[in-house]
Design a protein around this ligand. Structure first.
Ligand SMILES: [Zn+2]
Length: 281
């Protein structure tokens, strides 16, 4: 699978657009079928022809994963800041405002408490739709506090990664340090005997894959997700070797021991509930 195809459609300038494109019809990047959007939506954004897993926004994922109306969102007052006065093609502050109005989210993570088939859990989700789900200070802080609350309340912790962006470069070192911060909270959670289930979705890359996303006690992945650290081209240019076909997919990582189980989206709620029961009894 080519990198662009895992990200939805390709824009006019050849730059991949994020999320699922607008319109009544969708073209599936995997089987190339033209599918009725409503039909895919009824299946949690999974292709009815070939089971390709499209992007699913955090809000929809909450609904899909948790028992109805059971989610209590935490730390909603955390807002990103442009501490470095950073500017690339756009000033970071402008970019943040645009992403906020596009997604209705303050930043790329949602955390809180909810129930999965009657079992209380602490849940954190990163959303690819907000700056590619990249981890800046707010994402790192929310996930850290979620892990700390899970420790304090002795609850299972579920993080679902949709972070193609890795660490957020617009926040420089402030984003890189989130990798260590979240990892530290997870270590303390682990020492307190907590169960951490990490769910990898398409895509999970960079500093997110290199920290919390691959530190689960149990690591699940959706089918066909792109999971890795650096992109294929970067690695090839660095190590100057031909890379195996599909080496950054859920299936390849399952075969090589980085992923414990591939779980289709429709089975995720049941599977997580089962793992909680298995580990707690
Ligand atoms: Zn398809």
């Amino acid at each position: 699978m080519k990198r662009d195809e895992t990200r939805g459609t390709t824009g006019m300038a050849g730059r991949p657009k994020r999320g699922v494109p607008e319109g009544l019809w969708l073209r599936c990047p995997q089987c190339k079928a033209t599918i009725f959007r409503k039909e895919a939506e009824a299946r949690c954004n999974v292709c009815p022809e070939c089971d390709y897993h499209f992007y699913l926004p955090a809000r929809d994922r909450l609904r899909h994963l948790l028992d109805q109306d059971s989610f209590e969102e935490w730390f909603t007052d955390l807002r990103p800041r442009d501490a470095l006065g950073f500017q690339d093609r756009l000033p970071y502050a402008d970019r943040l405002r645009a992403e906020q109005s596009k997604t209705g989210m303050a930043d790329a993570a949602v955390v809180g408490k909810g129930y999965i088939r009657g079992r209380p859990v602490v849940l954190g989700i990163t959303d690819f739709g907000f700056m590619a789900g990249s981890m800046g200070s707010v994402v790192g802080e929310k996930l850290t506090r979620a892990a700390e609350e899970a420790t304090r309340r002795q609850l299972p912790l579920i993080f679902v990664s949709g972070s193609g962006g890795g660490a957020r470069m617009q926040e420089g070192i402030l984003s890189l340090m989130q990798m260590a911060k979240v990892s530290g909270a997870l270590k303390r959670y682990d020492e307190a005997g907590g169960l951490y289930v990490s769910v990898l979705t398409n895509p999970t890359m960079g500093g997110v894959a290199a920290s919390w996303a691959l530190q689960g006690d149990v690591t699940l992945a959706e089918p066909g997700a792109m999971i890795g650290f650096a992109g294929r081209r970067t690695i090839r240019e660095t190590v100057r070797l031909e890379l195996p076909e599909g080496f950054q997919t859920s299936e390849f990582l399952l075969e090589h021991g980085f992923v414990d189980r591939i779980v289709p989206r429709k089975d995720l709620r049941t599977e997580v509930a089962r793992i909680i029961d298995y580990c707690e009894h």
